[in-house]
Design a protein around this ligand. Structure first.
Ligand code: ARG
Length: 458
């Protein structure tokens, strides 16, 4: 019945049951209970300090809210669909418990600025959490990189063997990605960490509120500067969803590589049994379910970004009920990203590396052909001419079904008179790797010092 509603005053007809269910958000926004209570406590204290409501009422409100918090955490709080959302569920329960004082809590506030506050508080904590999960994954990668400083592997372009690299170098490429993800989240946090409360429904409030005091209590470094924007802005959530999408994109690339590396054709790595499952028909199968699922979940995170972008598209200022649709994509993304990062960190830590297979593959496919070209350049040839000469040598090897390392000096000299016996030491996989001794290169010393750099927090 409309009579039970906190906003029931102007209504004469009860809300249709299905409409009630359809418009409610309590089913999913109840996860904001903690933030809602924190925000209300800060708001009530400010109202008391400013003399807007009696200090005795503030004491009752704060006490009542803490009781509600305990009830919710003990699973003893009955969430009601007819009270629509977390804000009204808590406020109605407070008034039922403490009477008059509870009805003063909403002075100078609207659900519009209240919900904006709750999401920001929630997201702020979750971003910090996700950052710690990124740290866990980075740490797992560093441990594997340290253990694989002497593991050679083929580096690919077009998924064709290109040049030999260290497996540690490949892993450190992901460390770079996840470090950028951290810095993106850090930047996003600056825009999340702003207090919107005080905007009222859209225009501000007639009461002499102290927004800075509320910000201080809740640990916000700044407050929003336009009341319309305060209640209609979801840029911060979109930014987070974009950052989360990029994290998932990185994880999906990594997943794809783990899947390829685990195939019987590659056999570069073995994921531990705990991260794989078998087939109900093929007894030999061990499927890389975890990376496959993370790759798959990337789709839903991208979808969540598109969903909220589309919800926000062309919305007139200020608050519109459409914006209630911000929560599910946001919550789902947070859960998905946290789960994916956590499971990845554990999986990488336990991954077994097949050093021999990787090393063998590193020398295949003429992977050191560029080294021969560079060798000829050092002997005085222009790079383009060197490239041409080595191309012919490769064609010769293909025709005679041999590796580049199997050519004799006499054969080498068919392609360039400048080639001497020192060619043999420069075309080994190790020499090829260690010759790339430039900042950011795959030489062992460089990779080692990069690992130390990251360990030192750089
Ligand atoms: N449940 C609403 C939401 O999530 C709270 C804000 C409601 N404001 C309103 N004017 N109906 O967006």
């Amino acid at each position: 019945m409309s009579k039970d509603k906190l906003w029931g005053g102007r209504f004469t007809q009860p809300t249709d049951k299905f409409v009630e269910e359809f418009t409610a958000s309590i089913q999913f926004d109840k996860r904001l209970y903690h933030q809602d209570i924190r925000g209300s406590v800060a708001h009530a204290r400010m109202l008391g300090k400013q003399g807007i409501i009696p200090l005795e009422d503030v004491e009752q409100i704060v006490h009542g809210l803490h009781k509600i918090l305990e009830q919710i955490e003990a699973g003893q709080f009955d969430f009601s669909i007819s009270l629509e959302d977390i804000h009204m569920n808590i406020e109605a329960r407070l008034s039922a418990a403490i009477g008059e004082a509870g009805k003063r809590l909403h002075t100078g506030r609207s659900r519009n600025d209240q919900v904006a506050l709750d999401i920001r508080l929630y997201l702020r904590d979750e971003i910090v959490q996700i950052t710690t999960y990124l740290d866990l994954l980075i740490d797992a990668l560093l441990v594997q990189a340290e253990a694989n400083l002497d593991t050679l592997m083929p580096g690919f372009t077009h998924l064709q063997t290109a040049q030999p690299i260290l497996f540690a170098h490949h892993l450190m490429a992901y460390v770079e990605m996840f470090k950028r993800d951290k810095s993106r989240l850090d930047d996003c946090l600056k825009r999340v960490d702003v207090l919107p409360l005080g905007a009222g429904a859209l225009a501000g409030t007639t009461f002499p509120i102290d927004r800075e005091y509320v910000a201080e209590q809740l640990g916000f470094p700044t407050i929003t500067r336009n009341s319309l924007d305060s209640v209609s802005d979801r840029d911060f959530a979109l930014e987070f969803l974009a950052d989360a999408s990029i994290i998932m994109m990185h994880l999906s690339r990594f997943s794809e590589e783990l899947i390829i590396w685990s195939t019987s054709a590659f056999q570069f790595i073995e994921l531990s049994d705990g991260f794989c499952t078998g087939s109900s028909i093929m007894p030999q199968k061990k499927n890389p379910d975890v990376p496959e699922l993370v790759r798959g979940k990337t789709g839903r995170v991208y979808g969540n970004l598109m969903a909220l972008l589309t919800t926000m598209k062309a919305l007139p200022l200020a608050y519109n009920k459409d914006m209630q649709e911000d929560k599910e994509p946001l919550f789902d993304t947070i859960d998905t990203v946290k789960g994916s990062l956590k499971i990845f960190a554990d999986m990488i830590r336990e991954m077994r590396v097949n050093v021999d297979n990787m090393g063998k593959a590193a020398g295949q496919g003429f992977s050191t052909a560029t080294d021969v070209a560079d060798y000829l350049v050092r002997k005085g040839l222009a790079f383009r001419d060197a490239h041409e000469a080595v191309g012919k040598a490769v064609a010769y090897c293909v025709e005679n079904q041999m590796a580049i390392t199997e050519l004799s000096l006499a054969e080498w000299q068919l392609f360039s008179g400048k080639i001497d016996t020192d060619i043999f030491e420069c075309i080994t996989v190790e020499a090829s790797v260690n010759a790339r001794n430039v900042p950011g290169g795959t030489a062992r010393d460089r990779v080692w010092s990069e690992i130390q750099n990251v360990r030192a927090g750089n």
